[in-house]
Design a protein around this ligand. Structure first.
Ligand SMILES: C[S@@+](CC[C@H](N)C(=O)[O-])C[C@H]1O[C@@H](n2cnc3c(N)ncnc32)[C@H](O)[C@@H]1O
Length: 258
């Protein structure tokens, strides 16, 4: 009775209480050590981490060709999980590409990125909402500061032991680094975690065509920021893409390229 009342009260306030399924618990147990290793270096929810782990495991088991790419790596946690799953299930190493400013995120654009983005800037930063490519000072202070190139190298090459020959760091604003990318080849997993409209759109424009049929396109912030959702919806519509957006948690969605 008390349990039901508590459940109803939580559901009324927008929360969902569910028992973990046996399959979920099985995956959680299998990925436990890897997730524990990268947990201090990521903002991702448990659902997002488990889904990512499962997607890499699938790529390794089926031999889906292509590299792994993340745009928006911060301290490297989600990339680290891809590296660890490759080390565990892959017979060979995959090339992993990391795109990030490796400093604070750039400003959102008040005209497209929505109320949540604007409120976060007001609350955590002295920066603006002009959409300019300039760092939002202080925005990551409550998360232990921005990700750095050195910090990512320490995690991936030092803690995880991934061969540095299979890691490519693209430091700078996506808008400046992506047009310079030439020989990235095929992509098995494209993970976009750059929060804003412009950051998401530019990645889709430069990298989507490289994703192999059957490859994954993961959008971390689809449910979080209006601008990210707008960028994805526009890209899908303008390119006539048939994409069913699979639900991971309240923010994250992915689709499989047809
Ligand atoms: C939410 S964090 C990424 C979280 C990370 N994937 C994790 O595992 O926790 C977003 C990152 O995207 C980067 N970013 C966003 N827009 C960018 C842009 N236009 N150019 C370069 N980096 C960008 C930020 O600097 C930040 O490091």
């Amino acid at each position: 009775m008390l349990k039901d009342a508590l459940k109803r009260a939580l559901e009324k306030s927008g929360y969902q209480v569910r028992k973990k399924s046996p399959l979920y618990r099985e995956l959680e147990t299998e990925a436990a050590a890897e997730i524990a290793t990268i947990r201090p270096y990521t903002m991702l929810s448990q659902e997002r981490l488990l889904t990512l782990y499962d997607q890499v495991r699938f790529c390794e088991h089926t031999g889906l060709p292509g590299c792994y790419v993340e745009c928006g790596v911060w301290k490297g946690g989600s990339v680290g999980l891809m590296a660890l799953a490759n080390l565990r299930y892959g017979r060979t190493r995959r090339m992993i590409h990391l795109f990030d400013s490796f400093q604070e995120i750039c400003e959102p654009d008040v005209l497209v990125d929505g109320a949540r983005a604007v409120n976060e800037v007001k609350k955590h930063s002295t920066g603006g909402v002009s959409g300019k490519l300039q760092p939002l000072t202080g925005i990551y202070d409550s998360f232990g500061g921005p990700g750095t190139l050195e910090g990512n190298k320490d995690l991936l090459e030092g803690v995880i032991g991934y061969d540095p020959g299979f890691l490519q760091y693209h430091q700078g604003w996506f808008q400046e680094t992506l047009p310079l990318v030439k020989d990235i080849g095929e992509i098995a997993i494209l993970r976009l975690d750059g929060d804003w409209y412009a950051s998401t759109k530019v990645c889709l424009e430069h990298l989507y065509d490289k994703v192999v049929t059957g490859g994954f396109i993961i959008i971390d912030d689809y449910g979080a920021y209006d601008g990210c959702r707008k960028a994805v919806d526009e890209f899908i519509r303008d390119n006539g893409i048939k994409a069913y957006l699979s639900y991971v948690d309240m923010d994250c969605r992915y689709w499989i390229k047809q």
